[in-house]
Design a protein around this ligand. Structure first.
Ligand SMILES: Cc1cc2nc3c(=O)[nH]c(=O)nc-3n(C[C@H](O)[C@H](O)[C@H](O)COP(=O)(O)O)c2cc1C
Length: 196
């Protein structure tokens, strides 16, 4: 098995266990780190909406702060921590937008309420008052009548992070935790253990 496939199989194994663990609130939640052109790091939580050999997909508003950072600098990282499992996976890579058809398919699977919210929220921009947002929600709810498909806003879409480094961490007694990393280098993918 190629090393990248091996890393993805490892991710699938721990992700599957996290999905089944009753005490993991949402196994898809991860921290997304971006870095603006000026070098400031930024982090926030997003939900993983799929992964395969191409990378790890999440959805958002492309006009958001993260969207701006990714437009300036497509390098990003995702950090999953499943506390009840005492496991962490950190994935670094390069982000590209998902295909329009893929974004359409995911948008169509969202509840109508979230779709209206996607239109109403100018994510990450200043908001004068909660009432202003509620007013916009009401306007879009009226614009897109119940029972009819809500189109995807052009600025609402997904990104896929193609991994260049995948690190696994598992808690062990005495803080002698297990760490190992799959990294893409000039010679191809390599795998090595790390000190905790
Ligand atoms: C559990 C959880 C899941 C979230 N999932 C998403 C998500 O999938 N996409 C998204 O755009 N924001 C999500 N958010 C909100 C983001 O953390 C963040 O507040 C928002 O995207 C704006 O980030 P930005 O200003 O850095 O762009 C989530 C927040 C939490 C707490």
């Amino acid at each position: 098995m190629q090393l990248l496939e091996q890393a993805l199989a490892r991710f699938a194994e721990v992700y599957g266990r996290a999905a089944e663990a009753a005490d993991v609130v949402d196994h898809t939640a991860c921290t997304l780190a971006t870095c603006s052109a000026s070098g400031w790091p930024q982090v926030r939580t997003v939900l993983l909406k799929g992964y395969d050999e191409r990378g790890f997909a999440f959805y958002t508003n492309r006009h958001s702060r993260k969207g701006q950072a990714l437009a300036e600098n497509p390098r990003a990282a995702l950090c999953f921590h499943w506390a009840p499992l005492a496991e962490q996976v950190v994935i670094e890579g390069v982000v590209t937008p998902v295909a329009e058809a893929e974004a359409d398919a995911y948008w169509a699977s969202r509840p109508r309420e979230s779709q209206i919210g996607g239109w109403a929220s100018h994510q990450s921009r200043g908001l004068k008052s909660r009432e202003v947002l509620e007013q916009r929600v009401a306007e879009y709810a009226a614009r897109f009548p119940e029972g009819e498909a809500v189109p995807r806003p052009p600025h609402w879409s997904g990104y896929r992070l193609a991994p260049v480094r995948i690190e696994f961490w598992r808690a062990r007694p005495g803080r002698l935790h297990e760490r190992d990393v799959y990294e893409h280098t000039a010679e191809g993918w390599c795998h090595r253990l790390l000190n905790p």
